[in-house]
Every structure is written in structure tokens, then in C-alpha cells.
Design a protein. Sequence first.
Length: 101
Amino acid sequence: MGIAAELSLGYAGKSESFKGIDMKTRIHVNQHNVRYNKKNPDGELKPPLTVKDYKQNRKSFQADILDDERNVIAKVVSRPNDPLSCGATVWIETEQEVFVY
């Protein structure tokens, strides 16, 4: 199953292959920006998520992970001004079953 990332800035695209090798899309959490946003809640916030593939890097506060039919199956969410009750400001949420190893 191919997975893509949908950003508030636009569709990042489906994972592709290059010379028979599957190219991955990775969602990176920039801890420096998470800390900056925590220290500067009233200032201009920095997007803590970077969606990276072999062509581009896109920065955002939320990334939706899609299936092949473009249905959202999971979200990576950053809400520095609206954390979860445990204090987390960045998390992954899904309605799908999750296997823990």
C-alpha cells in the first residue's frame, strides 16, 4: 500500500520508486521548533513538522497520512497552543488498528 502525506500547503505526492527502489516519505519532528514554540507561545510559531521525500522538504503544523484512495488513515498533529491534557504538543492520531512491537 502506498502512503502519501497531505499538508496544509498541498499534496506532497505518493511514495514513488526509483530504479526499482521504493522511495520513502518521512515525517520529521523538529525538536528545536517544538521547544521554540513552547518558549514563545504568543510570538510567531515555527512549523515543527517536515515532510521529506527525495524531491522536496515541506514544513507544516499537520500532516495527514493517506491510503491509495486518498482517505486519511492517520494524522501527525502539532498544536503548541492547545496541548493534550498530558502536555503533549505533537502527536499522531488514527482510527486504525495499531500494532505495537
